[in-house]
Design a binder for this molecule. Structure first.
Ligand code: IYR
Length: 222
């Protein structure tokens, strides 16, 4: 039997001086400056920054409010090295036969390859784990909409990183069960996304991509 939450008055964070027209446009213009960057500086970032980024990510909605995520923040150089070695091993195999020819062709314009030096250069790696189920007082409980929930939390994390003036990369080594082993995570935690966080190197380059137009990503039913 579960206990019903007490319901309390909602405190609306937006005050009357906020104009949705201005805020929505301002936020779009700001978010449109975010880029996925692969060239990191090794400039350190304090742990307190990372803690607040994770707290922001943890405000994401989740199925039945189960908050089915764990964020592992790594600044330890030896662990970063182990992660890089294991990720490069998997990615080498991906780029040399495991990915389809179409996939390789789709990635070619972005200039990615199996080498992942950023995993040792970025001051922090945040590894996001999803929990399809978890143990509460020794009892196994199922979680709901786990990938959706953790995906949304990752979105919040990426937004918070941009808001803090930092850069990140959504790295998807595959398969990524090596992360569970290296970080010694319990069996119910499955690696979901690896997010190196830092400052860009002074010579950082990004591909000159264009984003789809509103008409291409939206349909309105008035
Ligand atoms: N996981 C590989 C390949 C890769 C896949 C996609 I989809 C990308 O947008 C970028 C890379 C890697 O990280 O290199």
């Amino acid at each position: 039997m579960s206990i019903q939450y007490p319901f309390i008055p909602y405190v609306h964070a937006a005050d009357d001086t906020l104009n949705p027209d201005q805020s929505a446009l301002g936020n779009y213009l700001f978010m449109n400056q975010r880029r996925t960057v692969r060239d990191f500086s090794d400039k350190p970032i304090s742990e307190s920054v990372i803690r607040n980024l994770i707290l922001a990510a943890g405000t994401a909605p989740s199925g039945a409010h189960k908050q089915p995520w764990t964020f592992c923040a790594v600044s330890n150089q030896d662990i970063k090295k182990s992660i890089r070695e294991a990720a490069e091993k998997e990615e080498y195999d991906n780029y040399h036969g495991r990915m389809s020819e179409e996939w390789i062709r789709d990635l070619a314009p972005l200039g990615t390859d199996w080498k992942k030096e950023f995993l040792e250069i970025a001051p922090w790696l945040i590894i996001v784990f999803k929990k399809p189920y978890e143990f509460v007082n020794g009892q196994r409980h199922k979680n709901y909409y786990v990938s959706e929930s953790v995906g949304i939390a990752c979105g919040f994390l990426i937004q918070a990183i941009h808001e803090a003036g930092l850069i990140c990369l959504t790295h998807t080594p595959s398969p990524m069960n090596f992360l569970q082993k290296i970080l010694n995570r319990p069996e119910e935690e499955k690696a979901f996304l690896l997010v190196p966080v830092g400052y860009p190197s002074s010579e950082a380059l990004v591909p000159d991509i264009k984003r789809k137009k509103l008409e291409e990503i939206a349909a309105f039913y008035r």
